[in-house]
Design a protein around this ligand. Structure first.
Ligand code: CUA
Length: 310
């Protein structure tokens, strides 16, 4: 039918349809029998209970063996599918997916990284999943794959995008306040386009601060336009008189460069009043030049407009 090699979609859908089909048949069969019995053995037809045989060996064997065989066939079929999901084709492209509160980033072997998962159409992709902090779960419904990201161990999924397009990618394990914003996409590109993308400048120029904010997951919680997110907006941050809790005591401080930098590395040190203490530390997570560029940007004219009332 199609000359595309095997995909994880087929592995899962076949099993799903098999189990769903059997369940549907059983539902119909059992319901029909039940209704027929209700009519046939209605009290009007049989005002007095009839004596019935206490057991019938062959009947009991049949209704034990047939369901056992059906259930075993479901197991066998699912097991085959499970093996196909675990067996990564040897030529698969390797990508590392890193989950953290609350965003995904994807790292390629040549050093490229991205906040969307770019893949070539038709090629097998092996995604190695790690977590920086808590349990997350990488879920791509279009390719029928879902696997937990567990701190301290590596898990993986593989899939093959059958056609070009943009497919949803979710976090499917509740991981804190902004779990629901841990959403991005898989971008399946024709192979030449994918290679061109992969070869584009591997590092973002350290000057591309707005994209660094997305890359490192800051933008998931801090807006640039004054709107309130999980954390305070970046707009008008620099020089703002800010109410914070430091070491259990409330104080007002002036948001200067030092404060901005400290808030990235040690977010809990001076916690802005009215926001939950949920931001993870970025100590050692952001290369120094990128960190400097982010701090420069957050303290720049570009963001100096005072924020709207939250
Ligand atoms: Cu990460 Cu939910």
């Amino acid at each position: 039918m199609t000359d595309l090699p095997f995909t994880t979609i087929e592995a899962v859908d076949a099993v799903f349809l098999y189990i769903f089909g059997i369940s549907g048949l059983l539902l119909l069969g059992i319901t029909a029998t039940m209704v027929a019995f209700v009519i046939r053995y209605h009290r009007r037809r049989h005002p007095r209970p009839q004596p019935s045989p206490s057991s019938k060996l062959w009947l009991e064997l049949v209704w034990t063996l047939i369901p056992t065989l059906i259930v075993l066939s479901m197991f066998w079929y699912s097991w085959e599918g499970y093996l196909k999901l675990s067996d990564v084709p040897p030529d698969a492209l390797k990508v590392q997916a890193e989950g953290r509160k609350w965003s995904w980033s994807f790292n390629y072997e040549n050093g490229r990284s991205s906040d969307r998962l770019y893949v070539p159409v038709g090629k097998a992709v092996r995604v190695e999943i790690i977590s920086k902090d808590v349990l997350h779960s990488l879920y791509i419904p279009a390719f029928r794959v879902k696997k937990d990201a567990v701190p301290g161990i590596r898990t993986y999924v593989w899939f093959r995008a059958p056609e070009a397009g943009s497919f949803d990618l979710y976090c499917a394990e509740y991981c804190g306040v902004a779990h629901s914003s841990m959403v991005t996409t898989v971008e399946a590109l024709p192979e030449e386009q994918f290679i061109a993308w992969l070869e584009q400048s591997k590092k973002l120029p350290a000057t591309d601060a707005p994209r660094l904010l997305t890359r490192h997951g800051c933008a998931a919680c801090h807006s640039l336009d004054g709107s309130r997110g999980i954390g305070p907006t970046f707009q008008g941050l620099f020089g703002r008189q800010t109410q914070v809790v430091s070491d259990g005591r409330e104080q007002t401080l002036n948001a200067d460069r030092d404060y901005v930098r400290r808030s990235i590395l040690l977010p809990q040190a001076d916690l802005v009043v009215g926001y939950p203490p949920v931001m993870p530390s970025y100590e050692g997570q952001i290369p120094e030049d990128e960190l400097r560029s982010i701090v420069d940007y957050l303290c720049s004219e570009a963001l100096s407009t005072a924020p709207a009332e939250p």
